[in-house]
Write a protein that binds this ligand. Structure first.
Ligand code: RIB
Ligand code: CA
Length: 319
């Protein structure tokens, strides 16, 4: 498909979750070259996330893709039990999918990432749409990892808008702040796709209806989305949901070009106070023409073209 960034091989790290499920289906639909998928605890446990990932991939016709179970607990502390009120008790809107014949790989997600970075040296793109524990573990175990990876895109953080877990913190960052700080400190180029743009990229009722009336894969995704809509509609004030992870995928693939994405320093607040999990994005250079500030490496997406809901629905209806 035109627009995909040179069809770079992609490692996806996810906590499947309804918007993660949409992302898996989207990556398959657009023909992305996904070479491995790792799970991490977030929306659900890493173990359930891997099972959901396998089952969604099988639904989309890709039961051949390797899926590795990743970290159950964050680097510090314990897994909190998930976001079942948002994603349903099984993480995919209480929809029961046919069980994929495939099982998770024997290697861990961190080991898979490290191996794939070597196999595709300089080309692998890491797309992380859950807490960043696996990426941090891989960085710690493999000092060369950052230089081997071509680029990293994360769905996480909030630059100029409120958080969705605390006043300032977004879930993927908050659920493992130590890992997030480690990943953003590492010497690799990171594109951050946060709530500034993902809360504005939406499915509306018409998209849901189109999916529910579509072919079987779209119908199953539509059934999951009913749960997501139940959570998001009161938040958004209309029948709709946010498209966090699929938007990050579209940016990672180069299928969607941000209209505003300055390269600026970012710091993660790892203190225990009310700022814990905040992504502190230093945007001073936008206003007073500083030369690049020390630590400037990360591209923070602040605006994208409208209409991603249409693009995503069209892709999913094609499966
Ligand atoms: O804050 C939204 C993010 O948290 C998304 O990745 C969602 O799937 C959850 O992981
Ligand atoms: Ca996610």
């Amino acid at each position: 498909m035109p627009g995909l960034r040179d069809r770079a091989p992609v490692y996806l790290d996810c906590d499947t979750g309804i918007d993660d499920a949409l992302t898996l289906a989207y990556l398959v639909a657009v023909g992305a070259d996904v070479v491995g998928v790792g799970s991490v605890s977030g929306n659900v446990s890493a173990e359930l996330g891997a099972r959901n990932t396998l089952d969604v991939l099988a639904l989309a016709g890709r039961d051949d893709l390797p899926v590795a179970v990743g970290a159950h607990d964050p680097l510090l502390g314990r897994f909190h039990g998930g976001a079942l009120g948002v994603h349903g008790t099984n993480g995919i809107g209480d929809v029961v999918l046919p069980r994929s014949p495939a099982d998770p790989t024997a290697e861990s997600a961190a080991a898979m990432l490290s191996r794939l970075a070597r196999e595709h040296a300089g080309r692998l793109h890491v797309l992380a749409v859950g807490p960043l524990t696996n990426l941090a573990l891989a960085l710690d175990a493999d000092p060369d990892l950052a230089s081997l990876v071509g680029g990293v895109t994360i769905m996480g953080g909030a630059a100029l808008v409120p958080g969705n877990v605390t006043a300032v913190a977004e879930a993927n960052i908050f659920n493992d702040v130590v890992a997030a700080a480690r990943v953003l400190d590492a010497p690799w180029p990171v594109t951050v796709v946060g709530l500034d743009v993902t809360m504005e990229a939406r499915f509306e009722e018409r998209h849901l209806e189109a999916l529910l009336a579509g072919p079987p894969v779209a119908r199953a995704l539509g059934a999951m989305l009913r749960t997501y809509f139940r959570f998001y509609s009161p938040v958004l004030g209309r029948p709709a949901c946010a498209l966090h992870d699929p938007l990050a995928a579209a940016v990672a693939l180069g299928a969607l070009t941000p209209t505003l994405a300055p390269v600026v320093p970012i710091e993660v607040d790892t203190t225990d106070g009310p700022g814990r999990g905040q992504t502190i994005v230093d945007l001073r250079s936008r206003y007073i023409g500083y030369p690049p500030l020390p630590g400037t490496r990360h591209r923070v997406v602040l605006d994208v073209p409208a209409g991603f809901g249409d693009t995503l629905a069209e892709a999913l209806l094609g499966l």
